[in-house]
Structures are given as structure tokens and as C-alpha cells.
Design a protein. Structure first.
Length: 152
């Protein structure tokens, strides 16, 4: 690992223990970004990884904002469909907008065409009310304890 951190680097699938170990190494502070699974059905990073990275000025990139084969929410709950319809947007736009809702992290959505890319970009403009976010939190709860790091 020591050779990997001599220059500014990014990481993927590091949990909190890995991040702490990395930053304890010489030049460990040169890591500027970590990439982990993050979507409305896979919120484990919210418990400790995101707060720790913010505290250490390390950026975050979430992958699979629309879920993955193992993600619980692929059975889209009615609240998602209803909210997307009420906002006159697609389910994918709603899911991506939720991931980037605070504008303090990046996401890597799959894009297979120019139209798909334009649809993804439109998610930047989606706003949520406090009530909508509470409803989504109720349907897809935040973690209340340190979870295992999910990967695809």
C-alpha cells in the first residue's frame, strides 16, 4: 500500500478501518477520494464513512446509484414510483437526484446513450422537500449501526 500513496490517489471500496489505516501511513493524506457503493437501498456509508471523509476533507464518489443485482431496493417501492410521478420525472432521475441531493458527493450513473446522459443530467435540478426526504428515509432507513461495507 505504501507505494500507492506516494502521489495523490483515489481508492475504491475502503471501509472506515481501511481509511484510518491508510491515513496513518506516511503520505496517507495524499488520498483525496474514496469510491463505494451508494444508493437509496445501500446507505451503509452514511453511518461512519461519509462523516469521516468529510472530517478529513476526502471527497466521495458513489457507484451504482440505480442499484445493483444484490441491492434490496431493485424492487422499487411504491413511494418511489409515486414521488417520481408527482415530480414528473423518471424513477432513475429520482434515484440519482436522491444520491446527489446535498451536492457534496459525486455519483457514477450508467449512461448508454446521449438521451440517457441528458436524463441523468436533469437529475441535478430535482429538489426534495423535507417531508419527501423523511418519507424516503422511512421507506429506506439510514443505518443505525456500523454495517459491513457493501460492494457489487
Amino acid at each position: 500500500m505504501k507505494q500507492l500513496i506516494s502521489k495523490k490517489r483515489g481508492l475504491s471500496n475502503f471501509d472506515l478501518a481501511d481509511l484510518k489505516e491508510l491515513t496513518s501511513l506516511e503520505n496517507g493524506q495524499n488520498c483525496r477520494i474514496n469510491e463505494d457503493l451508494y444508493n437509496i437501498g445501500s446507505r451503509g456509508i452514511e453511518y461512519s464513512i461519509l462523516p469521516w471523509q468529510k472530517q478529513h476533507d476526502m471527497s466521495f464518489v458513489g457507484y451504482s446509484p440505480f442499484g445493483s443485482d444484490g441491492s434490496e431496493y431493485l424492487n422499487i417501492k411504491p413511494v418511489i414510483k409515486k414521488m417520481a410521478q408527482s415530480k414528473n420525472i423518471s424513477i432513475h432521475q429520482l434515484l440519482l437526484a436522491w444520491v446527489i441531493r446535498n451536492h457534496d458527493l459525486l455519483s457514477i450513473p450508467k449512461t448508454g446513450s446521449v438521451a440517457h446522459m441528458q436524463s441523468n443530467l436533469a437529475a441535478i435540478h430535482v429538489q426534495f422537500t423535507k417531508d419527501e426526504l423523511e418519507l424516503l428515509d422511512k421507506s429506506y432507513p439510514k443505518p443505525t449501526q456500523e454495517p459491513s461495507l457493501e460492494t457489487i
